[in-house]
Write a protein that binds this ligand. Structure first.
Ligand code: COA
Length: 162
């Protein structure tokens, strides 16, 4: 039976930590859809189309990975498309607290048998967040190795535009 998985986030921008989760989930499941959503509480550097384009570029070498966008409730998107697994990455106990509540809320909202599955973030990426990357880059600090090279260049161009 084919196992369809989904990995969601705001990916503003996608980091090496995200990519590590994507690679591992793509190895475990038959197909993985990476969906970009808007977190209304966050001020974005890249608009939704740019984030989608960046994700396509950096996941292009993974044949069973596709990317998409969603708006509204993620559970509605999952119910409509029928995913078996919702993948989340865990970096710390702080993440765990939030993730537990989200997983329990989503479990009430899922109409099918979707399971939330957690992958532990590789320790070398556990301190990374998209906001921290943007902050360091905005003050001229090095973000090499924290985000894919393509993302480094996209961030540099964006900062030059601003
Ligand atoms: N490596 C590095 N960084 C990681 C990471 C990893 N493995 N996993 C998460 N992060 C970082 C992200 O970069 C992000 O950093 P930021 O806060 O600086 O932007 C942070 O951890 C949080 O990531 P995540 O938990 O994926 O949140 P998000 O804001 O990127 O996306 C949505 C969350 C969009 C999936 C969620 O808000 C959602 O589902 N929204 C739709 C509305 C909804 O359904 N709400 C009900 C939920 S129960």
């Amino acid at each position: 039976m084919e196992r369809k998985a989904l990995y969601a986030g705001s990916f503003d921008p996608v980091t090496c930590g995200h990519l590590n989760i994507i690679e591992r989930a793509a190895r475990i499941f038959d197909s993985l859809t990476v969906v970009v959503g808007v977190n209304a509480g966050k001020k974005a550097m890249f608009d939704l189309e740019e984030r989608l384009e960046i994700l396509k570029e950096v996941t292009g070498y993974l044949p069973n990975v596709t990317v998409d966008t969603f708006s509204g409730l993620l559970a509605d998107y999952i119910n409509e498309k029928g995913f078996d697994v919702y993948v989340r990455g865990l970096r710390s106990t702080n993440d765990f607290e939030n993730e537990l509540h989200m997983a329990q809320m989503n479990a009430r909202l899922f109409t099918g048998d979707t399971e939330t599955v957690f992958l532990m973030t590789d320790p070398k990426y556990s301190f990374i967040s998209s906001s921290l990357v943007k902050e360091v880059a905005s003050f001229g600090g090095s973000i090499d190795g924290l985000v894919p090279e393509y993302v480094v260049s996209r961030i540099r161009s964006k900062l030059q535009e601003e």
